[in-house]
Design a protein around this ligand. Structure first.
Ligand code: NI
Length: 268
């Protein structure tokens, strides 16, 4: 499996789970645009059995190297991003992990028990990033209790290991070459954007501006029955050159804090 095959496989699963992303991709393609991914993102917990370093392994084995590190204080997350050494078209890989020790004994217990149910071979296998949920069948009651402390934890408890979002590189688009044009195009296509903290997160001065759709709602089979909850979202990123003329390649903790809210249950 090379890195392109990894991304193709993640994309197939992602658009199956999140049909809006597939439709938006089609809209761009119909306009003659070639859609490149700025980055894709994964979520995990800081438990050493499946933390960032475990999820990153398959990328490190396929030409990626570690780049930036980020702390999201408000959301109690730590993140790293990775870039391919030689393929400039390969998306950056952004992996964040929830700092379990910052949460209640209840949340920690639920999550540790869920992780205990994951076979060690799965964590060590290349299949981990494609595995989806590896945890026991979720409870809707537990999902809602987790949400009170962390929407991120609740999302991960249900959806597990998969791309949480893909991100269209606005810099690679021809006609829709600003985030304002992209946002108008997406909304005109009938897809609502996440407006928490304003539709555009980040500024030109910070060298990165991003927006995102609200996550599609999908039916999930819980212990208590079927319920609709938000799945994944699609993101759009416009990058700017720094004073040396180099396109900024990192992420900004402050604006990403708000982007994480695209999968919130109540964001609609
Ligand atoms: Ni992102």
């Amino acid at each position: 499996m090379n890195h392109n095959q990894i991304f193709d496989r993640l994309w197939s699963d992602y658009i199956l789970q999140n049909p809006s992303a597939g439709k938006i991709f089609e809209l761009f393609t119909r306009e003659g645009e070639v859609v490149l991914n700025d980055h894709i993102a994964f979520r995990t917990f800081n438990d050493p059995r499946l933390d960032i370093s475990v999820l990153a392994r398959i990328f490190l084995q396929n030409g990626f190297i570690e780049k930036g590190e980020y702390v999201f204080e408000e959301k109690h997350l730590f993140a790293r991003h990775y870039e391919h050494v030689s393929d400039p078209k390969a998306p950056r890989v952004f992996i964040s992990q929830l700092i379990l020790e910052d949460f209640s004994p209840y949340l920690q217990k639920i999550i540790r028990e869920a992780i205990n149910a994951v076979p060690e071979e799965t964590c060590l296998s290349d299949e981990l990033i494609f595995a989806g949920s590896l945890f026991p069948k979720p409870s809707y009651d537990v999902y809602n209790k987790l949400r009170e402390e962390s929407e991120y934890a609740a999302w991960l408890y249900v959806f597990g290991f998969r791309a949480n979002h893909f991100t269209v590189s606005i810099n690679a688009l021809e006609k829709y070459d600003t985030i304002e044009k992209v946002n108008e195009f997406i909304k005109a296509g009938g897809f609502p954007l996440n407006s928490s903290g304003g539709e555009i997160k980040g500024t030109k001065e910070e060298l990165l501006r991003q927006s995102s759709t609200l996550a599609d709602r999908v039916n999930i089979s819980f212990v208590e029955g079927e319920f609709q909850i938000p799945a994944c979202y699609y993101e759009f990123a416009q990058r700017y050159a720094d004073k040396d003329g180099q396109l900024y390649s990192g992420f900004i903790a402050k604006s990403a804090d708000k982007i994480f809210e695209s999968t919130n249950f109540t964001s609609k």
